[in-house]
Design a protein around this ligand. Sequence first.
Ligand code: DHB
Ligand code: FE
Length: 279
Amino acid sequence: MARIVGTITTSHVPAIGGAIAKGLQNDPYWKPFFDGFPPVREWLAKVKPDVVVLVYNDHGLNFFLDKMPTFAVGAASEYRNADEGWGIPTVPPFRGDPELSWHLIEQLVAEEFDLTTCQEMVVDHAFTLPMALCWPDMKWPVRTVPVCVNTVQGPLPSAARCYKLGQAIGRAIASWPGDERVVVMGTGGLSHQLDGERAGFINREFDLAFMDSMVANPAWATRYSTTELVELSGTQGVELLNWVVARGALPGKVRKEHANYHIPISNTASGLMVLEPQG
Ligand code: DHB
Ligand code: FE
């Protein structure tokens, strides 16, 4: 039986790719952010995952506004990175796991999630940069299954629906007969807004309450509508729905292994958490 060994939830910001390329990890602006990751790498060395199921939102590289699936799952043997317009260097391709992808797809559709299945898929900064922060040598030691959530163009899936998707992903992984050790990642958020009158909006109080809820009260965000979540966290802060999905995959009690929170990275309040199932 495959087993979820934990979740990593983190912000994704294109400028992180620029900072990596320029070697700015110890620059005073970047250090408080990059310092969050050595404990994550130590934890990964300990739990030794075989597969990462990575929940994120595409930013116009794979899906554009003309075709926007609510939920999409990759089923390719390889996922390539391309420049989606930020000018950051691309990273080496990622190995897929088509067998596990199709198992997830079968199980999720059986649980009435109407998915888009992607046998070809390119991945953007929301997928690549969290992976590069976890494995800076970019020799990816894991296979990957991308799960895309529409946090971009209304109507967005509700937090309740995202939490249920995460729970179904957890059940699907648990029912896979392989002996894989799986990390579920969720990327995006925390509060930020890139456009409109509230550009630059940050909500530290909400972010910290949300991070707190991730440990023992994972359905907390489901009390809010997507409009309320946008009001509270910003038009891009609502990417935190990807955290809600990832957290939903962990059944039972969890232990907080590590957390970091820092304002700002570019326009974003950056959050990072590692959670492990208890017992
Ligand atoms: C920024 C944050 C994002 O989540 C993103 O997708 C693009 C840019 C930013 O803060 O610059
Ligand atoms: Fe984003």
